[in-house]
Design a protein. Structure first.
Lengths: 389, 570
């Protein structure tokens, strides 16, 4: 691992920043619709969604790729952030809802007499933002404390996080849990006094998501370059050695878990106004596994990998669910199997993998040539290293 | 229901005609026909005669019921005589009619059937007093019915009606009744009627005490109602309150055991499914997320076998249509389908598991997290395949009739299907235990679990052991699927709802430990059901169980029976 940012990386970030923050919004706003260079509102919205997913993917990778903790409940934090912000947006609708009541539509529908007490402070934007950070953070803190204290590791951790998100999902599906049950929160009208559906607002949200993605990237890069990052990777590679060296590995893991939960929550908060709905299916166990697929496909243990994976897989999904709706799940599942079996480093690692394959085959070829030139008696036997069983 | 009865009656009548001479119904018919048109005194005597008779025929019962419902009509024949008739059930405007006195078809002088319009026909006169008498006679008849179930139902009905005029009938029956179950209900019924007798508080108290002593669940509402009523005397209310409390606590016990029983059957399914998972996880250190889909494979196999035994099954995966041929069996031959479905579910799931092991999992030994992800991919593919082949909707598997009934032990209802599942789960656990401890394959499996490398050095064919074990574990999941199909519907995402529970079971039980899996499966199944009951909602119950498991692992991170190992990263 390099001590500082590489030159190429800095250039890459700069180009991405210009593209996301400048070029795409400009093409959307100033280029006339007739021009082939015009980027439609739909595309901006779609890419905004992808960028949220990319932030979520980075949070998964921070845990899995860098610390060796495969969390299968990351979408729960994503959805918690989304719900916290969605509550604020819900209260901004005011009397414009279907029932023309001060209460959100679903509360009128479900017969709530008045706004539940814990909804009250969400009238404030800043309280909602604080909740976006603290709610996922606190849940992660409590769960992580319990899990890491009793040294739940590896696959047990994965199964438990999956159970956690499953339980949360069931909970949010209940109507009396005051979060809209099955339908979740939707029909938002305003954000910070602006019309949430206007092209300008959506463009601003897109830029905000871009900023979040770049900041997250820079923060994680910085974190992984510090001494903390080294310990983080040491925990991944051999937790016992870290323990024997006198580090409290559990505390390091807890910190990373909380940080990544907060990142996921922030991504969820920006996701909700762009998509316009948040419901419990966002925290279904499948969703979290899907986020893990993005990271695996993109390449784990790198920071660019998750971003590439999230955007590529979702773009593929957008296309495949329209072109081959019946086959999409088979494509996704198949992709997962193939990536796990054959591409452990994902798309980002593919060039290196091909290069090393190429180098190995050329050296082998050279050896064969030399052997042929030197002696004639020994045909090269494949070196048989027995793996596994 | 009643129309059907009438129709049967109408269909039966012509055949009765052939042996009218020897027919015991003939006299009954004559007397009922006489009573319909006769005076009140005549009616009384006929009804009393019927009530007193030892043998009750179906004709008698049905005719009385028709009379009671105003379905006996009067036909004025040309000579001016009124003939009582019953009408044939049909959708036409006019229908044929049968004479009540002979059971013959009503014919005019030319021998052609007379057609009657039900809307204009005159019904035989019947007033409230007469109706009451007929109803009473009918009740009496069904109290003397040969089937204990009918007697029980009637006694219960008469009791809950709390009408004092029914008391003598019940008491009379109580003297002759032999069946203890019916006797019990009769006692409860008489007590219930006496309970309503506000003129005699002492009788009310005795009745309340009686009901409380008998733990009469059916009497709870009446007793509780009496305890809350304002008009009753305080001593009566006190006795009723006491009785209600006693019945309530009895009911709580009954519900508790019912819940425990359901918990055991749920736990058995969890057990069969988790057992397979525990073995593969413990043995090979791979997490098979597609294990839930193996359950679905088993369930769908049962579905296919059922349909093949019936009329075949049209399938259309990916636009290709395939017609599975059917055997067109019926009766008891069809009912045996489940016996064939059980081993077939095991086999298909085992074959699917074998394919999965050879194609994917053997590359992933010791890479636990990767195996989790890859098998999740496989599970997605399989779910979509189920959807493509069998459709996205749930399919219904009809249980064979011998699994449908239930029996009752002191008010706890035990369904045969659930008992069957429990018994079979016990057999499977015993079988697995025998396989692991008494066979050469079991020896190999245990050796590989303890130390894979050393076992390989000693000449254990570890690859083959892996393969067979994985197939066996998947087969167990298939069996779980076959059982599940008898308890609920089968759908493409069937496995998803069990996989998390199965994993929890394995983790709580301790990986690779059969005893642990048994304990935790039964424990999770029971606590799930009990909490559902206590908290009043299945979802809250589930959430509490999940939270409980997380807390449990604080206390015992390795589960109930952790595998002991000197290795740090066990």
């Amino acid at each position: 691992m390099h001590k500082s940012f590489r030159q190429a990386e800095i250039w890459g970030i700069a180009i991405a920043a210009i593209a996301i923050l400048g070029v795409l919004p400009a093409l959307n706003a100033f280029v006339p619709e007739s021009s082939p260079l015009h980027v439609s509102d739909f595309t901006i919205n779609l890419y905004g969604k992808y960028l949220c997913y990319a932030v979520l993917a980075i949070s998964v990778d921070l845990l899995w790729g860098y610390t060796g903790l495969l969390s299968l409940g990351q979408c729960m934090f994503f959805a918690l952030g989304g719900y916290a912000f969605g509550m604020h947006l819900m209260l901004l609708i005011g009397k414009l809802g279907q029932y023309h009541s001060d209460l959100p539509d679903f509360m009128v529908f479900l017969g709530y007499p008045k706004l539940p007490l814990h909804w009250e402070p969400f009238r404030s934007f800043w309280f909602a933002v604080a909740a976006v950070v603290f709610v996922p953070g606190l849940v992660a803190l409590v769960f992580g404390f319990l899990a890491f204290r009793s040294r739940i590791r590896g696959v047990y951790f994965s199964i438990l996080t999956q159970a956690l998100t499953y339980a949360a999902c069931l909970m949010f599906f209940r109507n009396d849990f005051t979060f809209g049950g099955n339908n979740g929160l939707t029909d938002f009208k305003f954000i910070l006094g602006y019309d949430i559906r206007s092209a300008v607002t959506q463009r601003c949200l897109f830029i905000a998501t871009g900023v979040l993605l770049i900041l997250t990237y820079l923060f994680c890069r910085w974190l992984t370059l510090t001494r903390f990052g080294k310990i983080q990777r040491a925990v991944r590679d051999s937790e016992n050695r870290v323990l024997f060296s006198g580090y409290a590995a559990a505390n390091f893991k807890l910190f990373v878990f909380v940080v990544s939960a907060i990142i996921a929550g922030l991504a969820g908060a920006l996701y909700v106004p762009q998509v316009g709905i948040i419901n419990p299916s966002e925290m279904a166990p499948d969703k979290s596994l899907e986020a893990v697929v993005w990271v695996a496909v993109g390449g784990r243990g790198t920071l660019i990998g998750p971003v590439v994976g999230a955007i590529a897989v979702n773009a593929l999904k957008s296309w495949a669910t329209r072109a081959y709706p019946d086959l999409w799940l088979i494509i996704l599942g198949g992709m997962f199997v193939i990536v796990v079996l054959f591409l452990p480093k994902g798309i980002v690692g593919l060039p290196m993998q091909l290069w090393s394959l190429f180098k190995r085959s050329t050296t082998l070829w050279k050896k064969v040539q030399e052997q042929h030139a030197g002696t004639t008696e020994l045909p090269i036997k494949e070196s048989s290293t027995r793996q596994g069983g | 229901m009643h129309r059907l009865k009438l129709f049967c009656l109408a269909a039966m009548l012509p055949t009765l005609l052939l042996h009218a001479e020897t027919d015991p119904d003939a006299a009954v018919r004559q007397s009922i026909a006489r009573a319909v048109t006769g005076s009140a005194a005549e009616q009384d005597s006929v009804l009393q005669q019927i009530a007193a008779s030892e043998v009750v025929t179906k004709t008698e019962h049905d005719l009385l019921a028709s009379w009671n419902n105003g379905e006996i009509y009067l036909y004025d024949d040309p000579s001016g005589k009124s003939i009582p008739i019953v009408l044939e059930q049909s959708d036409a405007d006019k229908t044929r009619a049968f004479r009540v006195d002979t059971g013959e078809l009503l014919q005019d002088s030319n021998g052609a059937p007379v057609m009657i319009d039900p809307t204009t026909a005159t019904a035989a006169d019947i007033n409230a007093a007469l109706r009451k008498k007929i109803q009473r006679t009918l009740d009496l008849l069904s109290l003397a019915d040969p089937s204990p179930d009918v007697r029980r139902g009637t006694a219960f009905k008469l009791g809950t009606s709390q009408k004092p005029e029914n008391l003598p009938i019940l008491e009379a029956r109580l003297k002759t009744e032999r069946d203890t179950g019916v006797k019990n209900i009769l006692l409860q019924a008489t007590a219930l009627i006496e309970l309503a007798d506000s003129a005699h508080p002492d009788r009310q108290i005795a009745a309340a005490n009686q009901l409380g002593k008998m733990n009469s669940i059916g009497g709870l509402d009446s007793v509780a109602g009496l305890a809350d009523s304002k008009s009753a005397a305080p001593e009566v209310k006190q006795a009723a309150e006491k009785a209600a409390q006693s019945i309530r606590s009895y009911l709580a016990i009954v519900n508790f055991f019912g819940t425990i029983f359901r918990g055991f059957s749920l736990g058995s399914i969890l057990l069969v499914s988790a057992l397979g998972l525990a073995i593969t996880f413990g043995l090979m250190g791979v997490i098979n997320m597609a294990h839930g889909e193996m359950i679905a494979v088993g369930a769908y196999t049962t579905y296919v076998v059922e349909n093949v035994f019936r009329d075949g099954l049209p399938l259309s995966p990916l636009g290709i249509s395939i017609q599975l041929p059917g055997l067109h069996l019926s009766g008891w031959l069809f009912q045996t389908y489940f016996i064939f479905a059980i081993p077939l579910s095991f086999l298909t799931a085992a074959l699917a598991g074998l394919a999965l092991e050879r194609l994917v999992i053997r590359f992933l030994y010791r890479r636990v997290l990767e195996s989790l992800l890859a098998t999740w991919g496989v599970s997605l593919i399989m779910q979509q395949l189920f959807r493509l082949v069998f459709g996205a909707n749930n399919v219904q598997v009809n249980s064979p009739s011998w699994l449908l009934g239930n029996f009752t032990i002191s008010d706890v209802i035990l369904g045969y299907n659930r008992i069957f599942v429990i018994v079979f789960a016990i057999l499977i656990v015993v079988g697995t235990w025998l396989l692991l401890t008494k066979t050469p394959l079991g020896l190999f499996i245990r050796a590989v679990i303890q130390d894979r490398d050393m076992a390989a050095c000693m000449g254990v064919p570890t690859q083959k052991v892996n393969m067979l074990t994985f197939a066996f574990g998947s087969g167990l999941a298939g069996l779980a699927g076959a059982f599940l199909s008898q308890i609920g519907n089968v759908g493409p995402s069937l496995g998803q709802s069990y996989i998390i529970d199965s994993f929890m079971t394995v983790v709580v039980g301790g990986v690779g430990s059969i005893a642990g899996t048994v304990v935790s499966a039964v424990g999770i199944g029971c606590s799930d059901q009990v909490l559902q009951q206590v908290l009043g909602s299945p979802v809250l119950g589930k959430i509490t169980v999940l939270a409980g498991i997380i807390l449990f692992l604080q206390w015992k991170p390795g589960g109930f029976f952790p595998t002991r190992s000197r290795s740090l990263d066990s």
